[in-house]
Design a protein around this ligand. Structure first.
Ligand SMILES: Nc1ncnc2c1ncn2[C@@H]1O[C@H](COP(=O)(O)OP(=O)(O)O)[C@@H](O)[C@H]1O
Ligand SMILES: [Mg+2]
Length: 367
């Protein structure tokens, strides 16, 4: 990775004719040699951004350069530098895989001899040599997508745009596609800009991720840094009963769920007080960043090094003779990052639902 910017945007904005502000003043750089991801829910503005960068639509305002040239001023030149694999499979079903790649290369005016060799190499890279001479109609979804990616590389672009490269594919097929994308970068030095709503994909595949929501970039960094910025691992402890507290070991306080005293309410309050006192003590333990007593005798903690902090917490509770019903240790995911910045969850099933809507629409169109 050279670190030189291969894509640069400044306040890039797109408002569609109907009034929708799809992309709202986004500024970012993609560095040469990296796999850069745009992660966001359906409708966030990912495709619109790609379409502006690939010169398919014009920005309403702001600026974008690809390999140092403005996308509006030099669209033809910019298109020569990049490969673009759209969200929908674009290959011709009635032709073979080999024929699809060959035709794509002819569109770029590649010499037949050069092209034959390149088609062979690309088919090998995406492991489609065996079915190369079968019509694409016989290919699986994953095979078609791999062929699409190969087609995007036929003219040896420096930069490859992939719009939702694994949309609707099963998890095994997705991880194979991730492998090809890495290989493009490692073996061919191609810079990759991809969009996805699969947080796991962004996490595992991308060197850096921009999280986009409602047309705005809400966070941009390496996946590790984004997760780290949340402050640590999350430990949730459910107590069997929180007393006796505070101070003395083994005092005769009743368990939370069967309180002494006059009735449910008083007992409930006593239990919650006990829980709060316990939480205050836990906040002083090593590695603990913060403690939040919750409902149902649970305590939520943000800790550094969750796997080391958890035994410390359990030892402490045991020393207070507090029985623990369950413990959960969770490392932050990019979903937690999204939640932090937007107050909503970015869930994979949102994408799946969008895919099924699209599939239904396609079936309707085809009759
Ligand atoms: N051609 C268009 N005309 C009007 N609105 C559009 C058009 N394309 C997309 N939009 C709207 O712009 C927003 C962003 O869409 P898009 O860039 O496709 O998001 P994503 O790719 O993140 O799902 C959405 O609200 C979408 O409905
Ligand atoms: Mg899209």
């Amino acid at each position: 990775m050279t670190g030189e910017a291969i894509v640069e945007t400044e306040e890039l904005t797109k408002r569609y004719a109907g009034g929708t502000l799809a992309v709202d003043r986004v500024s970012f750089q993609v560095k040469a040699g990296e796999v850069f991801g745009f992660l966001g829910p359906n409708g966030a503005g990912k495709t619109t951004t790609i379409m502006m960068l690939t010169t398919l639509i014009r920005p309403t305002s702001g600026r974008a350069t690809v390999c140092g040239r403005d996308v509006v001023a030099s669209p033809h030149w910019v298109r020569q530098q990049l490969g673009y694999v759209s969200q929908d499979v674009a290959v011709d079903e009635s032709l073979t895989g080999w024929e699809n790649l060959y035709l794509q290369g002819r569109l770029y005016h590649l010499e037949p001899a050069v092209l034959r060799q390149r088609v062979g190499e690309l088919l090998a890279t995406v492991e489609l040599e065996e079915p190369a001479h079968r019509p694409v109609a016989t290919y699986s979804g994953g095979m078609r997508k791999r062929l699409d990616i190969a087609a995007g590389l036929i003219h040896r672009p420096r930069l490859l745009f992939l719009d939702e490269p694994t949309l609707g594919l099963d998890i095994q097929t997705r991880s194979r596609i991730w492998e090809y994308i890495r290989r493009m970068r490692d073996e061919h030095g191609v810079t990759v800009f991809l969009t996805t709503h699969y947080m796991e994909e962004a996490d595992r595949l991308c060197d850096r991720v921009a999280i986009i929501d409602h047309g705005r970039i809400v966070a941009l960094d390496t996946p590790a840094a984004l997760k780290q910025a949340l402050g640590g691992d999350l430990v949730t402890i459910r107590l069997a009963h929180p007393g006796p507290v505070p101070g003395g070991v083994g005092g005769g306080r009743p368990p939370l769920d069967r309180p002494a005293g006059d009735g449910q309410q008083a007992g409930h309050e006593a239990g919650h007080e006990a829980l709060k006192a316990l939480a205050a003590e836990m906040a002083r333990l090593p590695l603990v960043e913060s403690v939040q007593p919750g409902a149902d005798s649970t305590v939520q903690l943000v800790v550094r090094e969750g796997e080391r902090a958890t035994p410390v917490l359990l030892d402490f509770l045991s020393s207070r003779r507090v029985r623990v019903e369950s413990v959960a240790l969770k490392r932050p995911t990019l979903d937690d990052v999204f939640l932090r910045y937007t107050g909503r969850q970015l869930r994979d099933d949102e994408g799946a639902a969008a895919y099924h809507r699209m599939a239904r629409a396609v079936r309707r169109v085809r009759g």
